[in-house]
Every structure is written in structure tokens, then in C-alpha cells.
Design a protein around this ligand. Structure first.
Ligand SMILES: Nc1ncnc2c1ncn2[C@@H]1O[C@H](COP(=O)(O)OP(=O)(O)O)[C@@H](O)[C@H]1O
Ligand SMILES: [Mg+2]
Length: 465
């Protein structure tokens, strides 16, 4: 139980972040301390080496001034005997290694060896627990030589400085460790708070409750960007859910009407015994309703394919004038039935790369509306005009028209200006929406305008390339 709790605690994001930041800060402090320690050691050693070189020069100058090696060495010995902080020791030898002068106990610091070049070394007197920095150089005097001068400085002072700084570093480690933990906790606090917020808000989100949003944190950092993005995503999900709900409600409403009508017809037919002609009429009416239902289900299926972007466009180069003529011939008898003057005013021969089946459906929906919403003895005029980069198709009628306030809505699914205007021939409000989707996938545009005197013009523009 306890180990489970431990595992849970250490797998928490904020704990991991705190541990990470703590070790990162600790590591940085250790690296920096080591760097400064070695810099200090290096500069102290350099300082001692400079001192040794200066002292060696002075020794040689004293010898030259006194014109005698031993006298010069004596003078130099007097000078250095006052040095307290960095005591200096020295020895002068002939090139064969015979000692000519030696300050007190120099042989206990360094044995009588001679190297053949100028150099620095470090030697340790383990008995007295002292460290010395040695400098060896050679010089000539009165055209004799070379003579060897060896100088030593006790590094006790610089060692003490180094030891003190090392102690300081070690005693600062627990403080740095504590500070690192505090900093780690503080730095991980912000992402932790935001993650908690996200978890709390997203837990509240269900299909019934999509209004929750994350509070925006102050500042202009990535966390704010992330919060905005999540809220934007929630906005999109909410509007998609609303759309789906509305769609489901509209579909069930539109399906209920024809189904109720079919049910009513059948109920009336079976309520008492009837002759064959009555039954035939009932069946005929039911068939008409079922045809409407099938058309609506097909339209819905097509819309769902557009939504899923699975409309598989079969493009081919087609003469649009031919399609327009075909649809005109199809709708002409219906227009004639209402004594509507139905003509093609201008029809350019235009070849365009389109999906034949979908363009026929577009023309059919537009002409169906025109015939449906144009009263008897009025007119419908079609035109197909080629422009430099596009083709313009117009269906102009002198029918009942569309109020301007409805122009922006008529291309929405299930939108009908006023269902009572369609009379018996009531659609589902999907025709113009499908027209827009077809035009969109061809890269074109569709718009509705009011005619000067009366009626509506629907204009479709399709690109020629
Ligand atoms: N040519 C037109 N004249 C007048 N109103 C029209 C015309 N075309 C479309 N409308 C209006 O736009 C609405 C949407 O048309 P549509 O999507 O084809 O639906 P439906 O034909 O199923 O009612 C119609 O209900 C109708 O009120
Ligand atoms: Mg229609």
C-alpha cells in the first residue's frame, strides 16, 4: 500500500519536474563552483610563479652588483629574511651540482639534482607537512658558468585560501540543495496548476455540458497559447455538437411528416371496406410520399458524403450548354403545365471540367425551385455566359421572390423561407444547400439576388480552369 502510494507520488508530473529542476540547479551550481575553484587555484599558482621569477632576477642582480656570488647571495638572503607571508628559500650551484650558497635547510626542501632547463616544480616536505613551489634557472657570471639558481616559495598561504574556498563550497552544498528544491517547486508550480485546471475542467465536460472553458492565465507565454488553443478546440466541439443535435432534430422532424401522412392514408384506407379504385389511389399517394422520402434520404446521404469529404468527384470536360439544354427539356413540360414562359435566353458553348452527374443535380435543384416558386403565366429565363476565367449560369424567374433578409440563410441545410409557400410540393430545405456544396467542390460560387420588378435570380459561377 505504502509502496503504491510512493510510486504514485513519484510518477506525478510536478514531483518529477521538481526533482528534475533540483538536480539541474544543483549540477549547475557544482559545475560553476568547480570552475571558479580551478580558476582561483590557477591564478594563485601563476602569482607565485611570477614572484619566483622576480626573486630570481633580483638574486642575479645582487650577485652582479656585489661582483661575488657568496656576497651577492648573502645580500639577497638578508632581503628575503623579512618575507613573512611567502617565505623564500634559495640555493646557487655550479653547473656540476656543487652547492655554492644555500639558504637555511634548502636541502631538506629539494635534493641536489639539476635539470638541464629552466622549469617549475612542486615538492612536498612530508615531515613538516609543507608544500613548496620551486623555480630553477641558470645564469652566467664573469663569463663563467652557467650557474644554477633554485628558488622555493612555501605555498602555505595560497593552499589556505584554496582550502577555505573548498570548505565554503562544501558548506554551501546543503543550502544550494534546499534552495534548488524550493526553486524547483516554485518553477513546477505553474505547469502543475495549469494541468490541474485542465484536468478539472475537462472532467466536467460531457456531451450535455460543453460550456466549460479554461481560465486564461496571465502573461503571453506558451501556456497561455495552449489554453487558448484548448478553448478554441472546445468551441469547435461545442458548435459541432450543436450542429449535430440540430441536424438530428431537423431530420427526425422532416421524416416524421411524410411517414405520418403515409400512416394516415393507410389508416383511412383500412378503416372500412373500399373498392379497388380507392385502394389504388391510396397506394398511389403512399408511393408519392415514399418517393419524397427516398429523395430526402438520398439528399441527406449526399450531404453526409460532402461532410465526410467523400464526394468522389468524377471530373471530365463537358459542354455545359448541352447539360443546360438537357435540363431545360426535362422541366419544360412542368413549366408548360403552369403556362410558364420557360426559355434559354443565351447559351454559349462552354467546355469545363466538371462532374456531370453533380452539375445535372445542381441545375435540377435550381430549375425545380424556379418552377415551384413561379406562379402561372410568369416566366423563367436561363442563360449560360462564358467569361475570360469563368462561366456564369443564371436562372431568373418572375416568381414570388425571396425576402432579402433570407439571402444569407437559404443555402443552409433544412432552411425554408416559409414552408407554407411551397403548397403541396413542399421540400425539405436541402436543395439549395446541396447546390452550394456542389459549387464549392468545383471551386465556384453561388448567390441569390432580387430582380428589379419581381422574382429571384440565382447565379452560379464556375472556374474554367
Ligand atoms: N426561385 C425561388 N423563388 C423563391 N423562393 C425560392 C426560390 N428558390 C428557393 N427559394 C426559397 O428558398 C428555400 C430553400 O430552397 P431549397 O433549399 O431548394 O428548399 P426546398 O425547395 O426544399 O424548400 C425555399 O424554401 C424557398 O422558400
Ligand atoms: Mg428546392
Amino acid at each position: 500500500m505504502l509502496s503504491k502510494l510512493k510510486i504514485k507520488y513519484f510518477s506525478r508530473f510536478d514531483v518529477k519536474l521538481t526533482v528534475f529542476y533540483t538536480f539541474a540547479l544543483l549540477l549547475i551550481s557544482l559545475v560553476l563552483s568547480s570552475f571558479f575553484y580551478y580558476r582561483l587555484q590557477h591564478s594563485l599558482l601563476k602569482q607565485i610563479d611570477r614572484m619566483l621569477i622576480d626573486e630570481a632576477k633580483e638574486l642575479i642582480l645582487e650577485i652582479e652588483a656585489d661582483n661575488h656570488i657568496v656576497k651577492g647571495c648573502n645580500m639577497f638572503f638578508e632581503d628575503i629574511s623579512y618575507r613573512v607571508f611567502y617565505p623564500v628559500f634559495f640555493r646557487v650551484m655550479a653547473s656540476d651540482g656543487i652547492s655554492l650558497y644555500e639558504s637555511e635547510n634548502f636541502s631538506t626542501i629539494l635534493s641536489k639534482g639539476i635539470k638541464q632547463r629552466e622549469h617549475f616544480t612542486v615538492t612536498v616536505d612530508y615531515r613538516k607537512k609543507k608544500r613548496y613551489r620551486i623555480y630553477e634557472t641558470r645564469f652566467t657570471f664573469k663569463n663563467k658558468g652557467p650557474f644554477v639558481a633554485q628558488l622555493a616559495i612555501n605555498t602555505m598561504r595560497s593552499d589556505k585560501i584554496l582550502n577555505t574556498s573548498l570548505q565554503n563550497i562544501f558548506s554551501a552544498i546543503p543550502v544550494v540543495f534546499l534552495l534548488s528544491i524550493c526553486c524547483g517547486m516554485y518553477i513546477s508550480q505553474k505547469p502543475r496548476k495549469i494541468l490541474r485546471n485542465i484536468t478539472a475542467v475537462t472532467r466536467k465536460i460531457t456531451s450535455q455540458n460543453l460550456v466549460e472553458r479554461l481560465p486564461l492565465p496571465p502573461g503571453q507565454d506558451e501556456i497561455r497559447d495552449l489554453t487558448i488553443t484548448i478553448n478554441f478546440m472546445l468551441d469547435n466541439i461545442e458548435s459541432s455538437f450543436t450542429e449535430i443535435r440540430q441536424f438530428t432534430a431537423d431530420v427526425s422532424h422532416e421524416l416524421r411528416n411524410p411517414l405520418s401522412a403515409v400512416k394516415g392514408e393507410i389508416e383511412v384506407a383500412v378503416s372500412r371496406k373500399r373498392d379497388a379504385a380507392d385502394y389504388r389511389e391510396t397506394l398511389h399517394n403512399c408511393l408519392e410520399r415514399i418517393d419524397d422520402l427516398i429523395k430526402m434520404v438520398n439528399d441527406l446521404f449526399l450531404i453526409s458524403r460532402f461532410d465526410a469529404k467523400k464526394y468522389d468527384l468524377k471530373l471530365s470536360r463537358i459542354n455545359l450548354a448541352g447539360l443546360l439544354g438537357e435540363m431545360h427539356d426535362f422541366f419544360l413540360p412542368m413549366a408548360q403545365e403552369k403556362n410558364i414562359h420557360f426559355v434559354i435566353e443565351r447559351c454559349d458553348t462552354v467546355f469545363a471540367s466538371v462532374d456531370r452527374h453533380k452539375i445535372l443535380q445542381l441545375l435540377s435543384n435550381l430549375m425545380d425551385n424556379a418552377v415551384k416558386f413561379t406562379p402561372e403565366n410568369e416566366s423563367i429565363i436561363l442563360s449560360l455566359i462564358e467569361h475570360s476565367h469563368e462561366v456564369e449560369l443564371k436562372v431568373t424567374d418572375s416568381g414570388i421572390g425571396i425576402p432579402e433578409s433570407d439571402f444569407e440563410n437559404i443555402f443552409k441545410r433544412f432552411y425554408q423561407v416559409d414552408p407554407s409557400r411551397s403548397g403541396d410540393d413542399r421540400g425539405a430545405g436541402l436543395g439549395l444547400h446541396i447546390c452550394k456544396r456542389i459549387v464549392d467542390v468545383h471551386g465556384g460560387s453561388i448567390s441569390a439576388t432580387r430582380n428589379k420588378i419581381k422574382g429571384t435570380t440565382l447565379t452560379v459561377r464556375l472556374p474554367l480552369n
